[in-house]
Ligand binder design. Structure first.
Ligand code: GDP
Length: 198
């Protein structure tokens, strides 16, 4: 059964956590640049231009808030950076982003977008490690699944899952371009905003 498109509405960009409005529960979305974060947000909303808002100058380093018809808030975070520090995972996310991730009590889960064809990259793994080390609930969505040849899919699923320290079934395989599993993502967002025990 098809799920009606979430009505995603751009609410605001904030540079400080304390400027955010109260919400009923949030899912943050992160991913290295070019992984298709804007495309996923647009696909969720069934619109072509929505997430361009987040790419306008001045907003790329901000927390960009979208509310949805399901009551869940989606928070688009800037692309991540990590210093190549051996033994220790050192985030180079701006302090404000770390502040958001580490102090926001409305944050239910962090969706890490990974390129289904080439991921996880070392920076993806470092991000996952950092998020887990801070006991954040992490959900992996592998975008651009359409780029993986049918004959390679099973192997790719195992490789990507293993690289993320997950089982293949724990990863949502999606394609913003081909609208694959976008309905499933719509279904999961409200659940991920209120994971059990958080
Ligand atoms: P962002 O930098 O993470 O916001 O990435 P964009 O949404 O701008 O996408 C980066 C590029 O990947 C663009 O050329 C998109 O058209 C392309 N892209 C995004 N999602 C998909 C997908 O699911 N499949 C394919 N084949 N290309 C995609």
């Amino acid at each position: 059964m098809s799920v009606p498109p979430l009505q995603l509405r751009f609410v605001m960009s904030a540079m400080r956590v304390q400027d955010l409005p109260p919400t009923d529960g949030e899912v943050a979305i992160v991913g290295r640049s070019n992984v298709g974060k804007s495309s996923i947000i647009n696909a969720l909303a069934n619109r072509k231009e929505l997430a361009r808002t987040s790419k306008t100058p001045g907003r790329t380093q901000a927390l960009n808030l979208f509310d949805t018809s399901a009551g869940t808030t989606v928070v688009d975070l800037p692309g991540f950076g990590f210093a190549n520090a051996p033994k220790r995972v050192r985030s180079t996310w701006p302090a404000m982003i770390e502040d958001y991730l580490l102090t926001r009590d409305r944050l239910g889960s962090v969706v890490v977008l990974i390129d289904a064809e080439i991921g996880p990259t070392p920076i993806d793994v470092t991000a996952l490690d950092w998020l887990r080390s801070h006991e954040l609930a992490v959900r992996v969505v592998a975008n651009k699944y359409d780029k993986v040849k049918a004959s390679k899919r099973e192997k790719r699923k195992r490789e990507l899952a293993e690289g993320c320290g997950l089982e293949p079934g724990e990863i949502l395989w999606a394609s913003a371009a081909k609208n694959l599993n976008i309905d499933e993502l719509r279904r999961r967002l409200p659940l991920w905003a209120h994971p059990e025990g958080r």
